[in-house]
Design a protein around this ligand. Structure first.
Ligand code: ATP
Ligand code: MG
Length: 285
């Protein structure tokens, strides 16, 4: 299986002609990694993933690896296909073509429940909270604790919800407040809390801090670091390159549905990434 992400920023096949420099460093890096054994295990892979909506090609033969204990940033312009990729991995949409592997085994993620079973939790860009239910109920949606295998254990839900909200240090009126009455930032914090409290090993976060205040964003960033240290892997979709460069281990760039580059974060620069996002060419580093 191709270890896509270990190479420095690499260009797509169509753009690769005549750029053997990248291929050579790619080879050297792989040799180094295989010799000293620092390449970590790939937990989630996509291969050749494609998805169209009518005449719009949202994803076009995308390859991506998410490794153990890493934060992989996925960046790209508006409409590049990031949320489509996240929603396919979350089981909300089905790809037209391609393969998804969890720990090397091909899987069919035919619904959100299957994603949950595979240990994949998601913070969606549009959040998907149920406005008519309160914070506690939203946190436990689809996995409510039960008494005697039958009755929902509401007290435990409120107790655990209060604890996780306190841990996130989010200002909420109460875990009994209706989600529909929360501010955009509070709703986003609830969505992040819901994703992390399931204990899933793989977290997909689509713009998790876009609507958060400075303090809450800082707390979510801190939490992502804690989760990585605790052994979780995070696919982080973000337009905030400053935060991506301070937080991520690797970065992948989508442009018009194609994966145009993947690199260790310390082997590229913001300028180079911006160039890739908007379709620029490489310059000498
Ligand atoms: N359900 C849908 N029906 C039709 N077109 C869609 C649908 N979902 C996505 N698209 C189209 O697919 C392309 C990729 O959209 P996607 O939401 O994945 O982009 P994105 O990279 O997440 O953008 P943003 O940064 O703005 O969130 C866009 O052209 C979009 O209009
Ligand atoms: Mg999106």
């Amino acid at each position: 299986m191709e270890e896509q992400g270990v190479r420095p920023i690499s260009i797509s096949h169509s753009e690769r002609a005549g750029r053997s420099r990248w291929t050579r460093s790619d080879f050297v890096l792989r040799m180094m990694l295989s010799l000293n054994g620092t390449a970590s295990r790939v937990l989630l892979s996509v291969r050749g993933l494609s998805k169209s909506f009518g005449s719009v090609t949202a994803l076009d033969g995308v390859d991506l690896d998410l490794r153990e204990r890493e934060i992989l940033a996925l960046v790209g312009d508006n409409g590049a296909g990031k949320s489509t990729l996240v929603s396919i991995l979350a089981g909300v949409q089905q790809p037209d073509d391609g393969e998804i592997l969890v720990e090397g085994r091909p899987v069919l993620i035919d619904g959100p429940k299957r994603a949950q079973e595979l240990g994949i939790a998601t913070v969606f860009q549009d959040l998907a909270l149920v406005n008519q239910r309160d914070v506690a109920a939203n946190l436990f949606l689809g996995r409510e604790p039960v008494h005697f295998g039958l009755l929902v254990d509401r007290n435990r839900m409120v107790r655990d919800a209060t604890e996780v909200i306190a841990r996130l240090r989010v200002e909420l009126p109460s875990v009994r407040a209706l989600a529909g009455n929360l501010s955009g930032g509070q709703r986003q914090a609830v969505a992040v809390a819901r994703a992390i409290m399931g204990g899933s090993r793989l977290l997909l976060m689509d713009e998790p801090t876009a609507a958060l205040g400075v303090r809450e964003s800082g707390r979510v960033v801190e939490l992502m670091r804690e989760l990585r240290a605790a052994g979780h892997s995070i696919l982080l979709v973000s337009h905030n390159l400053e935060s991506v460069f301070s937080l991520a281990d690797r970065i992948a760039v989508l442009r018009l549905g194609r994966m145009v580059a993947a690199s260790d974060i310390d082997k590229t620069t913001r300028d180079e990434v911006v160039g890739l996002i908007v379709g620029g060419r490489f310059t000498d580093r």
